[in-house]
Ligand binder design. Sequence first.
Ligand code: AMP
Length: 275
Amino acid sequence: MHEVTDSRAAREWSRAARARGQLVGFVPTMGFLHEGHLRLVDHARTQCDVVAMSIFVNPLQFGPHEDFSRYPRDLARDRSLAESRGVDCLFVPGQRDVYPREPLVKVSPGSLAAHLCGPFRPGHFEGVLTVVAKLFHLVEPWVAGFGRKDVQQACMIRRMVQDLDFPIEILVSPTVREPDGLAMSSRNAYLSSSERAAAPLLARALDAVHRSYRGGKRDAAELLATSRAMIAEEPAFKLEYLEAVDQEELAPVDTLGDDTIIAVAARLGKTRLID
Ligand code: AMP
């Protein structure tokens, strides 16, 4: 595995691959890798010849009271997981390499941040889109892979490449879960053992909506209320939202359809979980 730490070297690696006729796939991450990240590598590889992964904890997407400084980091472990999964180039830029000065021009998600996580994390998605746009320019991939676990982010990135004409195909992979249903996340490392035991309730609450939908129910208010009540029974959870939105505008819907997104965010102690 090739490893680069500055933007020029990342671009050189990618351009050399393209000059050899290889299609480049790209998986941006914040590290502390788990199987969810590694499946994105597998998925990207089905569409291209070589895969680059970036590891960068992006300060621009953290609010002033969020977990930027304590976000879990373990580069040695990440390096070995990435290498054993066949990542061809690991790009680990430093803060100054990505932000030599404060960016004044940023990418705005517009009304796509009006619902779900947007109101709870002001500025977060602007930080995400800005860093992803920068990484896309540095790596110049053919395809880039994102996870459905962060569904609002994946929808925004799809929309960004359409609206701003990035010549990149976006792949979105299914959420990878622990055996008890909890969506894998680097932030699960924060959970105490009692919190970890309670955490799969979020996935069960989403499952309950799916089951009722498969059983023929379509009324969003009714199904969401049932699942919100399930979460309310576990006092350790502080629900931020459980919503049904359409996948284009990410705006709430009254009636569920096959492509409705059901998304949830809740705090469990100091940890914010989404699914
Ligand atoms: P992060 O390192 O949390 O920024 O995540 C990097 C990428 O991995 C994003 O596209 C996430 O959506 C994706 N991802 C994180 N967790 C999972 C998961 N459990 N299943 C699938 N993709 C995931």
